[in-house]
Design a protein around this ligand. Structure first.
Ligand code: ADP
Length: 206
């Protein structure tokens, strides 16, 4: 099973990705987590991404495409993956198409978590409060200024992917405003529904 989770910051992608991991025995490929790990390890990619991410802007496409491509080749991704936070631009989606083709892989579905804009800020504020309560370090980009930039980046650069994947026929939209379990159930139902998968007709299966 190979999936993309699409939705704005605070939509619940991370939570639902974890459930898909459990259910399907696949791995979660979160570019945000990978970049944060690169920053923590002070790698060249981390050094490049650090200030951009703290600001709330998007890191260059070639950087994320590179890390995603390498990660997909790891043995634990053999059984499939759920992409969380990637692709985030049409150029990244096109790069992903090329990668999948090269690796002879298909995408099974793109799941959009649709949420009201108004809910996002309060969800992220709650996440910050919960992290603080657990004594965890709050993300550098979980502050009002960076959040505004992240939401603007989503609207301008990522939301067009909804139309992009809609035209390819594999978009499944789920109401992300429902409770966590209800959202999970809606995703499971959407994945069980028969339809065409992205590029299935173009790529031979081994
Ligand atoms: P959120 O969805 O809450 O914004 P993420 O962890 O997915 O959180 O992303 C955090 C930041 O990491 C983004 O604001 C951006 O700077 C960087 N990032 C993550 N994924 C990508 C990507 N695919 N392309 C460019 N930048 C990315």
């Amino acid at each position: 099973m190979r999936l993309i989770l699409l939705g704005p910051p605070g939509a619940g992608k991370g939570t639902q990705a974890q459930r898909l991991v459990q259910r399907h025995g696949i791995v979660q490929l979160s570019t945000g987590d990978m970049l944060r790990a690169a920053i923590a390890a002070n790698t060249p990619i981390g050094q490049k991404a650090k200030d951009i991410m703290a600001r709330g802007a998007l890191v260059p496409d070639d950087v994320v495409v590179g890390i995603i491509s390498e990660r997909m080749d790891k043995p634990d991704a053999k059984n499939g993956f759920v992409l969380d936070g990637f692709p985030r631009t049409v150029a990244q989606a096109e790069a992903l198409n090329r990668l999948l083709k090269e690796k002879n892989l298909n995408l099974d579905a793109v799941i959009e978590l649709r949420v009201d804009e108004d809910a996002l800020l309060s969800r992220i504020e709650r996440r910050i409060a919960e992290m603080k309560a657990r004594g965890e370090t709050v993300r550098a980009d979980d502050n009002a200024d960076a959040l505004k930039i992240r939401l603007d980046a989503y609207r301008a650069q990522t939301a067009p992917l909804i139309t992009y994947y809609g035209q390819k026929g594999a978009l499944k939209t789920v109401d992300g405003m429902a409770g966590i379990d209800e959202v999970t159930a809606a995703i499971n139902a959407a994945l069980a529904a028969p339809d065409s998968s992205v590029g299935r007709q173009n790529t031979a299966r081994a």
